[in-house]
Design a protein around this ligand. Structure first.
Ligand SMILES: [Zn+2]
Ligand SMILES: [Zn+2]
Length: 524
């Protein structure tokens, strides 16, 4: 029994979640369910990222406060994860008081340890608005493509230099900005370069290609110290004197959320949170899309090293590529793609989960189309739904007596537990779903080969053995599909009186009553 911490990326509270977000996050729930099934002590946390300029900008647009915007999306996200059956032990938000207090304590400790220091820089200042303006609050003509762009990055990919920004204007009032000395706190990542390199070297064998490449590209450039404070009035206060006019940079506040939420879960249960975060044979998984990689492989490890050297940085990084919609990027403003709530009005939760895992952007960008999803749904309906129907709703049958299990089938089931188990631990979720389909094909072929509809008339003993064997397959399917399709798994468990879906072969020891069996899926 090991300790397993799983952190799902914290979605940003400035727009609805779409299927692409879900494709990046769903494997976290598979891991959480699977590790609980094998008996590990799992803590699975995430929350809504409430702070930062995209949220204040959005609030301005909608003419409400940032707090109201954050709250609106936090509610929506909580509903989405609930409906998608994400089994978080805690889904919170960065506006949570406990989080804010703990994150300040951690920040202060890193400062006291000498890894956060003060520095004065010349920053862009708008005299009309009377405030420092961040790069993304500036606009200028892009020197590469000649179109108007924000100061942080142009759509053409160009990142404006400090020199370029001298010609920029404030997006809010349109006046030209000046530079002024500005005092900020910085995290000394350069000081941690070697330590972070060592951490990456030890752990990268468990990582995907995109994680390894992105992280090493960053390290090869040499880590630069990054500002951890900024001039904003929305966010977490800085627990250091002289920074009353500033807030914590949003990325620091958000990635430390994995830690603060572990602390909260542990405090509520009387556990020691360090057991999940200290060096040892515990596992720490971080699950997110590829745009978030270095926050989890460089920034978070850096913060942890600055906070407490006895802590362990995430050893399992699960970074996905992008999911597109009909070959285009999801974009709410352009009307491309479905939000998750829209998808849930039309689709089945289990088969949507399964489809996103089977066609998920695990090692390359993939594409979502409704036709493909419907194909998956109907395939599962045919292979899983039908297998259950033809066994548990066999015409004229009210019980399946406890009989003799076919040994070959028994061996095949055992094999599948092992195969799927190593695939999940190897973060190969797509291949794991293919193994499920393999088992469904195997089960249906067994049924067809046995011809129970003939056995029923000719040899009742053989008929009973066949039906008992099929019911045993279904019982084990209930365990094996739990990480992927929890609703179906639990319904089956109910039919077959299985108390708890554990990750081990089970046999049925009592006659099975076949009343009240409902079809699991309907064709779309
Ligand atoms: Zn450009
Ligand atoms: Zn201005």
């Amino acid at each position: 029994m090991g300790k397993v911490l799983i952190g799902g990326a914290w979605p940003y509270a400035n727009r609805s979640l779409h299927l692409g977000h879900l494709a990046a996050l769903i494997s976290g729930d598979v891991l959480a369910r699977y590790h609980r099934q094998i008996g590990d002590d799992v803590i699975y946390v995430s929350g809504t990222d409430c702070h930062g300029t995209p949220i204040t900008e959005r609030a301005k647009k909608e003419k409400i406060s940032p707090k109201e915007i954050a709250e609106k999306y936090h509610k929506e996200f909580s509903e989405v994860f609930n409906k998608m059956n994400f089994s978080y032990d805690l889904y919170s938000k960065t506006e949570d008081d406990y989080h804010k207090q703990k994150v300040q304590e951690i920040f202060r400790k890193i400062y006291d340890n000498g890894y956060i220091y003060e520095k004065i820089d010349d920053d862009n200042f708008c005299e009309k608005c009377n405030k420092f303006v961040a790069d993304r609050e500036l606009k200028l003509i892009c020197p590469r493509c000649g179109l108007e762009t924000k100061g942080d990055q142009c759509d053409c990919g160009y990142v404006p230099t400090k020199e370029d920004l001298k010609n920029a204007v404030c997006t809010e009032c349109g006046s030209k900005v000046v530079t002024r000395p500005n005092k900020n706190l910085y995290i000394a990542l350069s000081k941690l370069q070697q330590e972070i390199e060592k951490y990456v070297k030890i752990n990268e064998r468990n990582w995907r290609k995109n994680t390894i490449n992105e992280t090493n590209k960053y390290l090869a450039e040499g880590l630069r110290d990054r500002a951890v404070t900024r001039n904003l009035d929305w966010g977490v206060d800085i627990p250091v004197d002289g920074f009353e006019d500033k807030k914590m940079y949003v990325w620091i506040d958000a990635v430390l959320g994995y830690l603060t939420m572990t602390m909260k879960v542990c405090e509520e249960n009387g556990w020691d949170w360090k057991q999940w975060w200290s060096e040892g044979d515990n596992k720490i998984y971080m699950v997110h899309g590829k745009d978030n990689i270095t926050f989890h492989t460089i920034i978070l490890p850096g913060l942890l090293m600055g906070f407490d050297k006895s802590l362990k940085a995430p050893d399992r990084i699960v970074s996905t590529e992008y999911l597109n919609f009909n070959e285009q990027k999801f974009s709410k403003s352009k009307g491309i793609g479905l939000t998750i709530l829209e998808a849930l009005e039309r689709y089945n939760v289990d088969t949507l989960r399964f489809h996103l895992l089977r066609n998920g952007p695990e090692s390359k960008d993939t594409n979502f189309t409704e036709e493909d999803y419907i194909m998956t749904h109907n395939e599962i309906t045919n292979k899983l739904g039908n297998f259950i129907n033809r066994t548990l709703k066999f015409k004229g049958l009210t019980t399946i007596p406890c009989s003799k299990m076919n040994e070959e089938v028994e061996t095949e089931i055992k094999k599948k537990y092992n195969e799927i188990s190593s695939l999940i631990e190897n973060i190969e979720f797509r291949n794991a779903t293919l193994k499920i389909v393999e088992l469904l094909d195997y089960a249906n072929k067994y049924y067809d080969d046995q011809k129970p509809w003939v056995q029923y008339k000719e040899n009742l003993e053989e008929f009973n053995n066949t039906m008992y064997t099929c019911a045993t397959i279904i019982a084990n399917l209930s365990n094996l599909i739990e990480p992927f399709m929890p609703d179906a798994a639990h319904k089956i468990a109910g039919y077959l009186k299985i108390d708890k879906n554990e990750w081990k072969p089970i046999s049925i020891t009592e006659d099975i009553n076949l009343e009240n069996i409902e079809p699991l899926f309907e064709r779309l």
